[in-house]
Design a protein around this ligand. Structure first.
Ligand code: PEP
Ligand code: MG
Length: 452
């Protein structure tokens, strides 16, 4: 999928070393690597890879997000772990706490076995929430959706009890080649059909950052997250972009599809993208192809300039979705894939809380609804805070759905509001996190137990 993938494959061919590929793993193992790309992670066989640890990366890299979606325990950003461990070393991986034990003692193994059993018990208790609504104790309703990368991921979304799709990361469809309009339309229609009448939010492709496609001939960039990524790439490649827009429109006949633009940093980009969307609609209409003429368009708020100019963007769209993975990285100037600064990556930093509140308030003033599709939404400890800040929809990694639903259903709206008000007055990320933990200890202690 990316340049490093190609480089490694070429080296294997040139040197004649077939190398042990991930696909050739025969025994269930813990994988230790310098790095894994998002595409390599997506291809991991869960039955063979019990867990993985890498030197590089941080918890909101797409590799880590993918590991969470697959339910593979993982620790990324362990600096030099790959040179410190030897093949065959027995290890214990605690992905919850980010702890790796080399040659774990018997008492430690027993402790972890007990903990795993306790977790399974709580998880099976939570399974009964599957068909229950995402509603607070006092009847305040939220939309709880799932994030997907490929149509097949809808299974996990529905099995875990979310209703719609709040983020379809469509760039995963482009891994090996540019998909045709028809191939894309079929993928989007399948997702829409399976979750109807709930919404399926199709995010237009977010290439760049830590996701590069070798077949798209993208130049190497020193600073890819600040560079030619997402909407910037799409507006510079209108034919590729319009093919995707036409495909989404073709699939929109179920009338539950929404379109979302990523990495918007100013209103001009929204206007330009909407113009291309209007062109795509006209082209389909000319050929008599049906589509939803009232399709809703939204914008990801993941760049601070977009949050701060939400009032300028709002008149052009119907919803915002807070992309906190990037909003945190761009606001705090902390590269989301760099383990050296991972400690500075703070979703509860007061700057982030204020930007979320500002976006929600401005959006609501303009009659928009506000979603949140970053990993922050999948942390059940933070659900009351986000409810109190006024977020209307959570879209989370499928395995996180039961916990987030439990957190929502355990709290009263007034408690959430009080927590949010305190957070807005708070001086540090740690203080806000402690307050979230305290409230969770009162309302849903099983969540704290599960996360420890
Ligand atoms: C985000 O930035 O929060 C987001 C959901 O998008 P991605 O993780 O794909 O950049
Ligand atoms: Mg993003």
């Amino acid at each position: 999928m990316d340049l490093r993938d190609i480089g490694r494959r070429m080296m294997r061919n040139l040197t004649g070393h077939s190398g042990r590929t991930l696909a050739s793993l025969t025994e269930p193992s813990v994988l230790v690597a310098r790095d894994l790309t998002p595409s390599e992670t997506a291809g991991l066989n869960k039955n063979k890879v019990l867990a993985f640890v890498t030197d590089l990366g941080s918890p909101t890299s797409h590799t880590a997000i993918m590991a969470r979606a697959l339910g593979i325990p993982a620790i990324v950003g362990m600096h030099d772990v790959s040179v410190r461990l030897n093949a065959g070393d027995p290890v214990l991986v605690d992905g919850y706490q980010g702890l790796l034990y080399l040659r774990p003692t018997r008492p430690r193994r027993v402790r972890y076995e007990r903990r795993t059993l306790a977790r399974r018990t709580i998880q099976s208790r939570l399974a009964v929430l599957r068909d229950q609504p995402a509603m607070t104790q006092d009847g305040y309703s939220l939309i709880l959706s799932g994030n997907i990368g490929l149509p097949g991921d809808v299974d996990a979304v529905l099995a875990n009890g979310a209703t719609g799709i709040g983020l379809f990361r469509t760039e995963y469809l482009y891994l090996n080649k540019l998909p045709t309009e028809e191939e894309q339309a079929a993928a989007y229609a399948e997702v829409a059909r399976r979750v109807a009448p709930a919404a399926a939010i199709i995010r237009t492709m977010d290439i760049g950052g830590d996701k590069f496609l070798s077949h798209l001939k993208m130049p190497q960039q020193v600073n890819p997250f600040m560079g030619w990524r997402a909407i910037r790439f799409c507006l510079a490649q209108p034919e590729i972009f319009k093919t995707q827009l036409r495909a989404i429109l073709r699939a929109s006949v179920h009338r539950n599809i929404k379109i979302m633009y990523p990495m918007v940093s100013n209103v001009k980009e929204v206007v330009a993208a909407n113009l291309l969307l209007a062109e795509a609609q006209a082209e389909l209409a000319q050929h008599g192809v049906p589509f939803d003429p009232d399709i809703e368009v939204g914008v990801m708020i993941e760049v601070p300039s977009a949050a701060l100019t939400a009032d300028l963007i709002a008149p052009h769209i119907k919803f915002f979705s807070l992309g906190t993975n990037d909003l945190v990285q761009y606001t705090l100037a902390v590269d989301r894939v760099n383990e050296l600064v991972a400690g500075l990556y703070e979703p509860t930093n007061p700057a982030i809380i204020k930007l979320i509140k500002h976006t929600v308030d401005v959006g609501h003033e303009h009659g928009l609804w506000i979603g949140l599709c970053g990993e922050m939404g999948g942390n059940p400890l933070l659900a009351p805070l986000l409810i109190g800040l006024g977020v209307d929809e959570f879209s989370v990694n499928p395995p996180a759905v039961p916990l987030v639903k439990d957190a929502i259903r355990s709290v009263r709206f007034a408690q959430a509001e009080e927590l949010a008000q305190a957070a807005l007055r708070s001086g540090s990320a740690g203080e806000i996190m402690d307050a979230c933990r305290r409230l969770c200890g009162q309302t849903a202690p099983e969540i704290l137990e599960l996360m420890e």
